[in-house]
Design a protein around this ligand. Sequence first.
Ligand SMILES: [Zn+2]
Length: 320
Amino acid sequence: MAYHFESLPQLVNLRGKLPHDGWQPTNSKYSKTDIAVHHSLTDQGDAYSFSRYHVYTNGWPEIAYHFVILKDGTIQWCHGLQVISYHVGNSNSFAVGVCLVGDFRDTEPTKEQKRSLRELHAQLKRDMPNYKRTRGHDEFPGYAWKPCPEFDYEAVLNGKAPEYGTATGGKATRTLGRGDKGLDVRRLQKKLIEAGYEMDGHGADSSYGPATEKAVKAFQRDQKLDVDGLVGPKTRAKLSALLLNKAEADKPEKTEKSKEDETVAFNDVYKNKWYADELKEAKEEGIAKGQPNGDFNPEEAVTRAEAAVFALRAYKKAKD
Ligand SMILES: [Zn+2]
């Protein structure tokens, strides 16, 4: 067996068998350092339905996750570790995605799912030679706004809580305030930091103390919410909305797009074309002059006469 996790009896190999439209790029298992934990945000579903959604609705080549864990604990294996799939944006190239079926904003993964996550995780760490860490989707750069995976995956992986369960439930629905502790507090703190509320340099320490309260109150004041230092649905929603706007604004696509639209030398020679640099030089050297209106019609065929003129200009240039 190529991978240790293949020895898990609840693993079903679906590689190459799922709906796809082309294939995702690859690097190697040595490039993968992170494990990303997701939930599906749906009550039902499996690798087949997620695949259909990712391919036919989102227009991706294949399913986003390397593994899907069903409620009965079945692990559906979708990609080898070399595959770069779409699940955590700029971090895709080094992250392996594991998705548990369920909406854990107000439910828990099943006992079987928790056990499978724990067992798969233990084997994955052996199968990823450069493994560094495991994070929830919302702990990856640019995703603090995303309610994923919501459950306390750390407690599950540590096996600390009964039935691999959680101490707090890790639920986003718990109203947080002074004295609370847990992963949900840490998530809140990370979000506050990302939103620019620094908590006097305490960082995300999982404990809701005076500095966290101060940051929450400052945020509530800025957002014209009730300034009570309690983080319930309203404060949570405002914080997520702010982080989502921030993530949208930070997206690199906008600048890339404007670069694509940029032209050089002629009105119709786009910077990203393979011939852009050569044409720019040709114009500067007086070899290519283009149309009086500033167009060059770069994709059009050249006549024999034009070719002769270009060649003669270049020849004269070389003689000078
Ligand atoms: Zn996710």
